[in-house]
Design a protein. Sequence first.
Length: 155
Amino acid sequence: MDWYLIVKTLHIISSTIVFGTGIGTAFFMLRSFFTDDIHEKYYAARSTVMADYIFTFPAVIFQPLSGIVLINLAGHDWNSLWLIWTYALYALAGACWIPVIWIQIELKKMLKQAVETGAPLPERYNRLFKIWFILGWPAFLGLVVIFHLMVSRPV
């Protein structure tokens, strides 16, 4: 049994989950922003929060753990420039993702109240949504660069 290949496969699957769930939920959240149907907005927000708990969070935790194992098994230098860039970009993505999680929960709360009371969404909803959208870009681009670094491993 080749532990390196097993861990590498799981690492790739978990990175795909992080990236795929992120881009998928972002698509549905963004689409919901442009509808007037409050129930569609609420469904998208509820589903996004749930997907982050079920899929993204465990994969985000697994990524650095499996990365540590892979670095050790492959004998890579921890201070290689491509790894240092990977650490920094992963930290950047995480620094963007943590407030995004909070924002998604806040959006979901506002939507739930609007659904239950029939009240319009407060202006805070639009402000938070714009921040959510802006924070998604550095996280997304950071993950794209990490994928490149993992594949190319430039010296």
